[in-house]
Design a protein. Structure first.
Length: 403
């Protein structure tokens, strides 16, 4: 089974300005039931406010692609850039571009604007996520100026929960001119531009400038204390999940052990890799994650704990789609409890292909997903079960790759 097939939920349709569009969606992405109401409000205002020509558009946080693809369908000569920090969103966007037989759309990973290299967009659009933290919201609104051509516009939709904050930022910035705004029950839409055009883009990107930083966290394991920098937009910024605690408890068994290579996935703030390098002697780490922010903060925390950047490989991908890599001694990570069991089974199959004979696969999740993994492993016989632990409705399973 293809990894995206495992994530697929259903196909939906959406009519934009008389064009019937199709989207394949995933349960693991935002608005998997239908095109989000906020997105519909945003697209409707682009039509009613007469934005009928846009040569170059940036769709920031594109999800599975409803905004960028809708705009492309109306003005076919435009060039659309669709970016997201989630690799799964990017893959579904690519599928939906093909599904609607489109070209002239560039799709790539970006943490906010950090990976956007072009600066001459005449329209930036976004259904702004609500839980990224106030510093990041300010960045999304105010730093758009560095990516617009003179006279360019920004059109956004936000939910009520952050509406007052967004309104305050837009009205307080003297360089911002609000062109249009409208409130519906649950949503606000803004169209705005910038006064002037001689803005100088900062030399460092937003992540390196520390805009995402949330605060320090110290992790204690045995007599060891590991210090990490946490960031907005990820969990475990103050309290570790039960899943992470299960893994950390098991990492005590790695004390002083030499590990040639380890693959760690879904590392969030980077707690597990940072602790691992402090309790054992690791030569190389592959960090694998859908989330670009998780990859970057995990790498940052590895480096701050003395691990060389040259020994860290970042893989922004869905599942363990790794190519041209040597086999690992160990694969460690957390399975998302909300993912379908087909996703978990495919992950186990992929992990088997990247482990040396005798290598360990350590997985943690809710007890029900881990029980399903255990049943699958017994049936497929690629691994032997070394251990299983349960705590507070969470489970950890350790598997050994058979020779």
């Amino acid at each position: 089974m293809n990894i995206l097939d495992a994530y697929f939920k259903k196909d939906i349709t959406y009519n934009y300005r008389g064009k019937e569009l199709k989207f394949c969606v995933s349960q693991s992405l935002f608005s998997s039931h239908d095109v989000d109401l906020g997105t519909k409000h945003l697209l409707r205002t682009i039509e009613t406010e007469g934005i009928n020509k846009y040569d170059k558009v940036l769709d920031l946080g594109c999800g599975y692609g409803p905004i960028g693809i809708s705009l492309k369908s109306f003005y076919e000569s435009s060039v659309i850039h669709m970016v997201d920090r989630d690799a799964l969103a990017l893959e579904f966007s690519k599928q939906n571009v093909e599904l609607n037989s489109m070209s002239g759309i560039k799709i790539y990973g970006s943490l906010g604007y950090d990976d956007v290299t072009e600066t001459d967009f005449d329209l930036i659009v976004s259904n702004v996520p609500a839980k990224v933290g106030e510093p990041i919201l300010s960045h999304i609104l105010e730093d758009a100026r560095f990516y617009l051509r003179p006279g360019g516009k920004v059109t956004i939709v936000v939910i009520d929960a952050i509406g007052d904050y967004v309104t305050k930022i837009l009205k307080a910035n003297r360089d911002i001119k609000i062109i249009f705004h409208k409130r519906w029950s649950g949503h606000l839409v803004f169209h705005f531009g910038f006064i002037g055009s001689d803005y100088v883009r900062p030399g460092l990107n937003t992540f390196d400038r520390g805009i995402y930083n949330r605060g320090k966290q110290n992790i204690k394991i045995n007599n060891l204390e590991v210090s990490l920098e946490t960031v907005y937009g990820l969990s475990e910024f103050d309290t570790l999940s039960y899943e992470t605690e299960l893994v950390l408890n098991k990492l005590k068994n790695f004390m002083g052990r030499e590990i040639n290579k380890v693959i760690i996935f879904n590392s969030e703030q980077g707690v597990i890799p940072a602790v691992l390098i402090n309790v054992s002697k690791v030569k190389e780490i592959d960090l694998v994650d859908r989330d670009l922010e998780a990859l970057r903060v995990s790498k940052k925390n590895l480096i701050s704990n003395g691990f060389k950047a040259s020994r860290i490989n970042l893989l922004h991908t869905v599942g363990l789609q790794i190519t041209d890599r040597e086999l690992a001694d160990c694969v460690i990570g957390i399975l998302d409890e909300k993912d379908d069991h087909k996703v978990h089974q495919l992950f186990v199959e992929q992990a088997a292909g990247f482990l040396l004979a005798g290598g360990l696969l350590m997985l943690t999740s809710g007890s029900t997903p881990v029980t399903r993994v255990e049943s699958f492993v017994k049936k497929e016989k690629q691994f032997e079960i070394v251990e299983r632990q349960k705590s507070k409705r969470k489970s950890l399973i350790v598997l050994k790759r058979k020779k």
